[in-house]
Design a protein around this ligand. Sequence first.
Ligand SMILES: Cc1cc2nc3c(=O)[nH]c(=O)nc-3n(C[C@H](O)[C@H](O)[C@H](O)COP(=O)(O)OP(=O)(O)OC[C@H]3O[C@@H](n4cnc5c(N)ncnc54)[C@H](O)[C@@H]3O)c2cc1C
Length: 290
Amino acid sequence: MIKDFEHFAPKTLKEALALLAKYGDDCKVICGGQSLLILMRQGLVSPKYMVDIKGLDELNYIKDGKDGLKIGATTTHRTIEKSAVIKRKYPVLAEMEKRLASIQTRNWGTIGGNVCHGDPAADPAPVFMVLDATLTVAGAKGSRSIPIDKFCLDYFEVALEPGELLTEIKLPVPPPHTGTVYTKFNIIESDLATASVAVSLTLGSGDGVCQDIRIALGAVAPTAIRAKKAEKVLKGKKITEALLAEAGEAAAKETEPISDIAASEEYRRELVRVLVPRMTREALARAKKA
Ligand SMILES: Cc1cc2nc3c(=O)[nH]c(=O)nc-3n(C[C@H](O)[C@H](O)[C@H](O)COP(=O)(O)OP(=O)(O)OC[C@H]3O[C@@H](n4cnc5c(N)ncnc54)[C@H](O)[C@@H]3O)c2cc1C
């Protein structure tokens, strides 16, 4: 049962930050409530005060510019999935969103809420890692930027200080000849990943050499992680089947999976071993056409 709490619905970011500063540890931010309400119903979180930021229209936007894409924290998953500019310039984001939860959850849940919830099996974090995202957080003392891989700290733990809010996610313009892909393996369609893999691969102009590669994994460690040893296997080389197999092996060794109701530790490692080569092949095919 959810315990009683006092609900505030600020209309501006300034007002929201003032409420967070005033009520401190007794206070919790709520946006779409798709993750938080589950924890509250289970009695795991029982705040005295709730600052509801769903109505903060100033954080609800998708802006495309010369220096990349900016997504406001209260933007819903469904808005990202449907965005014409995202489908054209960052198609992997729309593809990822299409497989995140159900339409009902995507209509209400927000990208900021997802990232701040810190679920290691969530879909956006691995994709943001390969897209080199930077997060902007704001607090009473001002704002600061954090790269996504420094934001995810541990199971359901992120680098927000008390009184801070995530306000924006920034993505740089991908370099030319870059292909980016994401997939998750899950038992129930539209559910969280059992294991997930995102790959962004950039080819050198005309020589077919993998100039740069980012590989990120979800649901196989306490947070989404970069598979840096696997990246090293492929970076600066022409991709071959033997190298792909080596990269899959290296990525599997970089994981720290748990066994749970969805899969054993070893099954999750095997998924990574299989999905890393498969998704790298797909990223390569996209990079050749980009
Ligand atoms: C049935 C179901 C299926 C799901 N399937 C998937 C799935 O397949 N893949 C997936 O990735 N997710 C899935 N989810 C999770 C869910 O979609 C996201 O976590 C959700 O989008 C969170 O957004 P929200 O706005 O609802 O956050 P809330 O639930 O309101 O908040 C989540 C957490 O983030 C904090 N928070 C929210 N916004 C901010 C902010 N701007 N700044 C600081 N802190 C903030 C809150 O205090 C809370 O701790 C599923 C959820 C449900 C209910």
